[in-house]
Design a binder for this molecule. Structure first.
Ligand code: CAA
Length: 285
């Protein structure tokens, strides 16, 4: 019998975690949103408030529906707050060590049958799962940025993920209005494995001054119908996140398409992380 999912825990309230909390609450499901520090909680809360206010301004949500959505989310800084969750989605920064610690702690806090999902973009779900006593109940559940807009979810199964766990997570993401695909545990899954070779190549063209950022982006928008050009998209994803994804994929595949273009690291070191820091390939207000 399918699991009843009435309360969802979200751990890590950066851009993705806050977006996931919003998506889940939008479907009328209660969310317990936890960040490991108080500033993270406030950032996450602000993100959800801003995004839902924007939806009201655009006429996509009325004030009452917005309030009902906000009321469905409770916030905290303690993983023990997740004790009643029926499913937990982890979205902390892309560090295997950090995720391993979070999963080990979640394993102690939530009931033994509860599914633990990671929103990692490129890290190994198998490596994360072995830090719990329930590797068969660990999956990848990868959302795309902006989470409220992009319809895809990648559901990642390992060699030991139980089939009913995959089926339940697929059904859950359909409930959120998403379009799930199911894949095995390989760095980058489907979408990032295809996307990041292209993004990295665009950075290399920019680095060699082959074309301006505007022309690189215009070519893909107006020539290929992409909603954003590659450099604008990297600014949306975050250059630090993109670099980590490329490094992880390169370490696994040794495919030179995924060897991070050097200027990415230089920009990160200089604090140019994209939209979130106000400047990346472009400058933001
Ligand atoms: N939250 C909620 N809704 C949002 C939003 C947000 N953060 N950003 C945009 N939207 C909504 C808008 O309200 C708008 O909705 P309506 O059309 O119903 O009014 C719609 O999305 C379009 O937004 P805008 O008109 O403001 O701007 P746009 O048309 O330029 O679209 C975009 C913005 C949705 C970001 C679009 O450019 C796009 O899809 N870009 C590509 C994004 C992409 O490729 N994402 C994947 C990145 S890879 C990844 O995420 C994986 C990983 O692991 C790193």
């Amino acid at each position: 019998m399918a699991r009843e999912i009435a309360v969802v825990g979200v751990v890590g309230l950066g851009t993705m975690g806050a977006g996931i909390a919003e998506v889940v609450a939008r479907s009328g499901i209660r969310v317990v949103a936890v960040d490991l520090d108080a500033a993270g909680v406030e950032r996450g809360r602000g993100h959800v408030e801003h995004s839902t206010a924007r939806a009201v301004a655009k006429g996509k949500l009325d004030d009452d529906a917005r309030q009902a959505l906000l009321d469905l989310i409770s916030y905290g800084t303690d993983l023990a707050d997740l004790a009643d969750a029926d499913l937990v989605i982890e979205a902390v920064p892309e560090s295997l060590e950090l995720k391993a610690r979070v999963f080990a702690e979640l394993d102690r806090v939530v009931a033994p049958d509860v599914v633990l999902a990671s929103n990692t973009s490129a890290l190994s779900i198998t490596q994360i799962s072995v830090h719990t006593g329930r590797p068969g109940k660990v999956v990848g559940l990868h959302f795309f940025n902006p989470a409220p807009v992009q319809r895809l979810t990648e559901v990642v199964r390992t060699v030991v993920t139980e089939p009913d766990v995959v089926a339940d997570v697929v059904a859950f993401t359909r409930r959120l209005g998403k379009e799930p695909v199911v894949i095995g545990d390989r760095a980058g899954f489907i979408a990032n494995a295809l996307l990041f070779g292209y993004l990295n190549h665009a950075v290399a063209m920019y680095e060699s001054r082959y074309a301006t950022r505007e022309d690189l982006d215009a070519a893909m928008r107006f020539g290929c119908g992409y909603p954003m050009g590659p450099l604008a998209l990297l600014d949306l994803i975050g250059l630090d996140t993109a670099y980590e994804i490329l490094e992880t994929m390169y370490a696994q595949s040794r495919n030179r398409l995924h060897a991070p273009t050097p200027i990415l690291k230089q920009m990160i070191t200089a604090g140019l992380l994209g939209r979130k820091s106000g400047r990346g390939f472009y400058t933001y207000d």
